[in-house]
Design a protein around this ligand. Structure first.
Ligand SMILES: C[S@@+](CC[C@H](N)C(=O)[O-])C[C@H]1O[C@@H](n2cnc3c(N)ncnc32)[C@H](O)[C@@H]1O
Length: 248
């Protein structure tokens, strides 16, 4: 019998694979000082929720990069259904290789994805490929307050030990050669609606699954959601709107 993939089971048919929302993606996109871009890359696009926003709003081809082909297949299906298939080009590849494939990027977008290769490493790696004065927009999990409930701190000690505060990430971005245009913290609803609300129900239905990997993933997901509920807004997802410096 084929071993079930916990990711496929938990995230089946979900558009959102991280906290976010179409209206927020659009708001952030529209707040950039430029609105016409030739080469646009969506790194870690997942099932492409934000790819669809970028394609519809910009009307220009979006290079959608992800290392998981089933997510890209979903994106392709959705783009076809919405009549924007001609604007969505999918690439099954590692986001760390983006500079080799796209050496002249005008806008690099990454929602809830850069952490996979490390926020600082992603910024440094992608800086090589972003045109001088080009843009990078990344959303990243960050500490928002100094007072952090013990359980929350404990969860992230193993869950995401590299997590930084917003000022620390700003310093990292500046060091990597970017100017900070703005930051924007996602509201709680962006976590709850069509994301944790769906995941919580699914995870609960999978905690007694016959496969141990599925059970473990479901339990860990419920722990993550519980941590969020008691977080007292000590952490959140923050958009960083960055512009590549004109001179290296
Ligand atoms: C949390 S999901 C976010 C997806 C999407 N941006 C969203 O917000 O719905 C992170 C995505 O990064 C992809 N990913 C993880 N490591 C990657 C890598 N090294 N290169 C490319 N994609 C990667 C995963 O397959 C997943 O689709």
């Amino acid at each position: 019998m084929k071993t079930p993939n916990p990711i496929d089971l938990l995230f089946a048919d979900m558009d959102k694979l991280s906290p976010g929302d179409d209206s927020l993606s659009l708001y952030v996109l529209r707040s950039l000082p430029q609105h016409r871009f030739e080469v646009v890359v969506d790194a870690g696009c997942g099932a492409g929720r934000q790819t669809m926003v970028l394609a519809s709003e910009l009307g220009t081809p979006i290079q959608a990069v992800d290392s998981y082909q089933p997510f890209l297949n979903r994106l392709k299906r959705r783009a076809k259904e919405k009549g924007v298939a001609h604007l969505v080009c999918t690439h099954c590849m590692d986001m760390k290789d983006i500079p080799n494939v796209f050496p002249n990027i005008d806008l690099l977008w990454a929602e809830g994805a850069a952490f996979n290769i490390g926020f600082a490493n992603a910024l440094t790696t992608w800086a090589k490929a972003i045109q001088p004065n080009g843009f990078a927009v990344l959303s990243e999990l960050c500490w928002l307050r100094d007072e952090i409930p013990d359980t929350v701190r404990e969860f992230f000690r193993s869950g995401y030990p590299e997590m930084q505060s917003v000022p620390q990430n700003i310093a990292i971005a500046e060091e990597a050669g970017y100017k900070i245009l703005n930051t924007y913290t996602l509201p709680r609803e962006a976590w709850e609606e069509d994301y944790y609300d769906t995941l919580e129900l699914r995870a609960k239905s999978l905690v007694n699954h016959s496969d141990a990997a599925v059970r473990d993933f479901a339990v860990e997901t419920l722990r993550e959601i519980e941590t969020f509920k008691i977080s007292e807004d000590s952490y959140g997802y923050v958009f960083y709107l960055l512009q590549r410096s004109a001179v290296n």
